[in-house]
Design a binder for this molecule. Structure first.
Ligand code: 9WN
Length: 464
């Protein structure tokens, strides 16, 4: 497959899914704007038009709640997704801005990672693109700060350094085995009629969560709706409260990137504050480490216990760093024979659950499949840690996987077949970005230098 054919097909997906002010996450399965999808999508868009990329993020940030929360869905007027705005019932939520329909929960804060990438792309082009992106970042830095602050103040009031979530959907890894034990404690108070749209679009039912899982998802929505999505009240009524280690790792990286943008625009005050936030989040991630398995763990607040389930999120230090020994150790595991190099895998990239895990299901959503956008995130993070050879391998393997031009939402890691939706926007966006930035010395866009946390830099200094 030649790169230009693949690139053209990926760009077509983004154009076809474009509703004007927002790109649908997928043509029929997800006809709205999703929060973390929009971040990755905007990176792909930036190669087509910086202006359009910024509009994508503007649309999302315009829906930011007065608390600082970025909602996980901004609804378009295209019908057909369940649960839609009627089920969410956020119109009565005091913090939601008027004039938009949104869900009432959040998703991982990948936005500053995207915006920093767009700023780099725009600056490498210069002229009007650079000026436009810089103006946008200057205008939006306070909104990003408010978003990160909401996550730390409201979702980590005890200052433990770990972000709490109230729904598996907030993690972006909806039915991951990470959440099984917490969901087991959610009592379905009422069996509601499921007007599921997803199972009409995705014909293989094994690809999607079960009806019982959906009943639990909706129970949590009812709990939050019953208190008008008031942050202080939610904590008291919601029956799912988990500290999410992967979301915290994403926050650490996003805060790094906010600091980098702020520094470059003369906002040292914001940069210093975001660096502290990043450091705190990294320490939170490190605090979850299981001394025996070396995995990061989520923490169930209601049961007061660590969640031992293994998943791709177990290797969150490989993503965000914070301790060089642990980062290397986790990277080696994720790149090794239990994960990315598992002999049964068609393409050598990390699946969402290891094929050696008894609960592994190769087609079922977050219980086994490989997600190309997640590979993009890992590749991006690996480069920051100076792991170029591994980054190149995962990039090249993912490109081989998507060469069929279906742009699957996720892939069966053992057959390499696409599953879930096809023409999924963030899959296409990851490809556009990679193809614009090949693994050669002649990179189109400068990469940020490898990061070192304060602790690592001081350790290095101590040694010298
Ligand atoms: C619920 C849009 C979203 C992604 C999530 C993915 C899936 C939604 C769903 O699709 O979740 O938010 O209905 O299954 O799990 O990560 O953002 O692509």
């Amino acid at each position: 497959m030649d790169a230009s054919t693949l690139d053209e097909a990926a760009r077509r997906v983004l154009r076809d899914n474009d509703l004007g002010g927002m790109v649908k996450a997928a043509p029929a399965l997800y006809p709205h704007q999703w929060s973390w999808d929009a971040a990755f999508i905007s990176i792909g868009l930036a190669h087509m038009s910086v202006e359009r990329a910024l509009l994508e993020l503007r649309n999302l940030f315009d829906a930011q709640w007065s608390t600082g929360m970025i909602p996980h869905i901004v609804f378009s007027d295209v019908p057909g997704y369940f649960p839609g705005p009627d089920v969410w019932g956020t119109t009565s939520a005091r913090a939601k801005p008027g004039g938009v329909l949104t869900s009432g929960i959040c998703q991982p804060p990948a936005h500053a990672i995207a915006l920093a990438r767009i700023l780099d792309i725009a600056r490498s082009r210069g002229g009007a693109d650079a000026a436009r992106a810089e103006a946008f970042v200057t205008e939006h830095l306070p909104k990003i700060v408010a978003w990160h602050q909401w996550l730390t103040d409201i979702r980590d009031p005890s200052g433990r350094g770990l972000i709490e979530i109230h729904h598996g959907w907030e993690s972006g890894m909806d039915n991951s085995p990470r959440w099984d034990s917490a969901y087991a404690g959610v009592t379905i108070d009422e069996l509601v009629e499921l007007r599921r749209h997803d199972t009409k679009v995705v014909t293989d039912l094994a690809d999607r969560p079960s009806d019982e899982e959906y009943q639990r998802y909706l129970t949590l929505v009812r709990e939050m709706k019953s208190v008008g999505y008031d942050d202080k009240m939610i904590e008291k009524v919601v029956s799912f409260r988990v500290r999410d280690v992967f979301m915290t790792a994403v926050l650490a990286l996003a805060a790094d990137e906010t600091a980098r943008m702020a520094d470059s625009l003369g906002r040292g005050d914001i940069a210093d504050q975001q660096r502290l936030l990043a450091e705190h989040a990294r320490q939170g991630v490190l605090s979850t480490l299981d001394p025996v398995t070396r995995r990061c763990r989520d923490f169930d607040e209601i049961r007061g216990s660590w969640i031992p389930a293994e998943s791709v999120a177990s290797w969150s230090v490989a993503l965000c760093g914070g301790d060089e020994t642990v980062r290397r150790e986790q990277t080696a595991i994720l790149a090794g024979p239990r994960w990315a190099e598992h002999p049964s895998l068609r393409f050598k990239v990390p699946p969402s659950v290891s094929p050696d895990d008894p609960g592994f299901k190769p087609r079922t959503y977050w219980r086994g499949p490989t997600w190309p956008f997640l590979n993009w995130l890992f590749v991006w993070a690996l480069r920051r840690h100076g792991e170029d050879a591994l980054a190149d391998r995962w990039r090249e393997q993912t490109l081989a996987m998507v060469a069929d031009r279906n742009f699957g939402e996720y892939y069966d890691p053992q057959t390499g077949e696409p599953a879930g939706s096809h023409a999924q926007s963030w899959t296409a966006a990851a490809i556009v970005d990679w193809l614009a930035d090949p693994p050669t010395e002649h990179r189109a866009v400068p990469r940020p230098r490898p990061i070192r946390s304060q602790r690592e830099s001081s350790t290095c200094r101590d040694r010298s």
